[in-house]
Design a protein around this ligand. Structure first.
Ligand SMILES: Nc1ncnc2c1ncn2[C@@H]1O[C@H](COP(=O)(O)OP(=O)(O)OP(=O)(O)O)[C@@H](O)[C@H]1O
Length: 235
């Protein structure tokens, strides 16, 4: 079973090919990192995977079911999600709790398990102590972390992340990656993440996909290489 399946995908913007013949998969329990230089069409590839853009040729599909046979849930963390104005009325806790209403709970009260998800999500991004602050009073990096926590609180089967650690300090970044790794290894989540940091790849990825420029292309067009990372001893 695969959560993401991309087959011979080609995509162009206004007649200019930016992705050429891309194929890869992401399985449940797999942490896949995607790299490429600025403009290599990493975001474009994620948007094709999520169905927000339509491939010119080939296909990108996401499984309808998770490993338990239930409807697959997806969490997407785009680049620079945190654009709230200063007067945004909710607190950190309220915003992250609202993520639980996405889990089919529109008309129900949140229960103890929901509150546990919310607490864990906020702690995982180091924002639990700031839970009663107003969103408008946070720094850009803190708002970004709250948005990530909201996605985590939904407990998705598949996570698609576009450079999520931009603006995070070293410790927060490592904590964040450890959490992702735990979620893939222990809870079987599928993860596809764009990063520019090759240390992160060495330390955490199961597989590395790189978008590389095609030498013979008239445009800035990218194909891909892929490699499995050597498995590391478990601590
Ligand atoms: N809506 C659009 N219309 C036309 N061209 C676009 C559009 N969006 C992106 N592009 C172009 O497609 C190419 C890939 O852009 P994309 O944002 O996917 O790259 P990226 O690898 O995610 O870049 P970065 O690492 O800088 O975030 C770039 O050359 C960009 O200028």
């Amino acid at each position: 079973m695969q959560y993401i399946e991309v087959n011979n995908l080609t995509f162009e913007y206004e007649g200019e090919t930016v992705l050429d013949n891309i194929s890869f998969t992401v399985a449940p329990g797999e942490f896949v990192m995607l790299t490429g230089e600025n403009g290599a069409a990493k975001t474009t590839l994620l948007r094709n995977v999520l169905g927000l853009l339509k491939p010119l040729k080939g296909s990108a599909t996401i499984s309808k079911k998770n490993v338990a046979g239930e409807k697959l849930s997806i969490g997407y963390i785009p680049q620079q999600i945190a654009s709230f104005n200063a007067g945004f009325p909710s607190t950190v806790l309220e915003l992250v709790r609202s993520g639980r209403f996405q889990c089919g709970k529109w008309f129900k009260r949140l229960d103890a398990a929901d509150h546990e998800h919310v607490e864990r999500a906020l702690k995982s991004v180091g924002m639990w102590e700031m839970r009663h602050k107003k969103i408008g009073e946070l720094s850009g990096g803190q708002k970004q972390r709250v948005c990530i926590a909201r996605v985590f609180a939904t407990d998705p089967d598949l996570l698609v992340l576009d450079e999520p650690t931009t603006g995070m300090d070293f410790k927060s970044r490592n904590d964040f990656y450890s959490l992702l790794k735990h979620n893939s290894q222990v809870h079987g989540k599928g993860i596809l993440m764009v990063t520019h940091d090759h240390e992160d790849i060495k330390n955490y990825a199961d597989r590395h996909i790189q978008l590389v420029r095609k030498e013979d292309s008239p445009w800035r067009c990218f194909a891909m290489t892929s490699c499995n990372m050597p498995s590391k001893p478990q601590s």
